[in-house]
Design a protein around this ligand. Sequence first.
Ligand SMILES: [Zn+2]
Length: 393
Amino acid sequence: MADKHFAWNRACQVCGTLNLSVLYENQLAVIDGRDMSYSVTTCSHCGFHYANQLPKASSYQSYYRSLSKYDVTLSASSIPEIDNYRAEKVISFIQPYISLDKKVFDLGCGHGTLLNWFSMSGWSNIYGVDPAPNAADQANQLYGLSCITTGSLENAVSLNRLIEADLICLMGVLEHLPNLYDDLTLLLNSVKEDASILIEVPACERFTRGDFEPYGEFSLEHIQFFSASSLDRLMENFGFYPITSHILDLPPGTTDSLLSLYSRKQKTDNVIATDTALDEYMAESESKLQLGLSKIKSLVRQPVIIYGAGSHTARLLPYLDDCQVSQHIVGIVDGNTNLQGKQMGKWVIDVPEILINRCPDIPVLVSSYRSQNAINHVLSDIYPNPIITMYQL
Ligand SMILES: [Zn+2]
């Protein structure tokens, strides 16, 4: 029995009104008993794009617990190159505005890569807070940092030192928080008058840059979709105005970041632009997806195996239901041992070798965007089955 959708109805986290239009139903197949579907909506008052009709918080917690990839021990060489690249860019962005004697707090600091860059660049008053139980240990092991406390954003507010912070970093945090407005109220009421706030979020303006998976930005974890204007509007509620802002180009496969630095300085006369950043993304996602679906519809009229049990498949299955393709699916396989044996929609996720070897004549549909071609190569080398791909990449 699925953990039925709770449909948590949220007011706009930027302007507080509950007057919205639905832009996209992000329907996802039920995974391991959890329905993580939500609606992508636009606030009719301020234009902010955010996820609504959310699953209950306990669904998120159990999702993170069962699929968590963050519980592994890290070595310095296993830190993704992009983490260091991003941190170096963040330091260059902040350097002209924050002198080395300032106290820096990184809230949601993970295993401390950015704090390590602050340290290497000459700041010595640095502190971090992260909810992951092993973040502090990892930061110590990786970088010799002992300045990280385990805790939530609420716990961070109760730390005595937070009131002394000159710079508070919220990097890749705001897009995740279901109670964003309340959390920010609590935090920003607890910081000193002349504190600066550095924020990094995925930049809505860049969702269509390069090669992108249709609707792939609507992940389970991201439930706020910021542009520079909606982030400015959010911060203005708390009396914070932008000092500087920049969109950071990141390598293919990673969404570019919006970096903005705020302080309580005098309000500028800049009129905040209307937020239309998601319109193009929606249109291009739909046409890419429909092109892929028409290929599937023309090729799948008989039994088919789905390869891949990730978020791409979770999103694809409701579409395959609608176009009467799902009745032909004999199984879903994935090489990830975390997923094998779990239920996805009507199917139990199988080990690829077992199912594909048992059915050498049945076509295999590759259900992934980013890894489509790599999977196609590997499967073609090992199995005689015909392979179906969705996208022209
Ligand atoms: Zn609004």
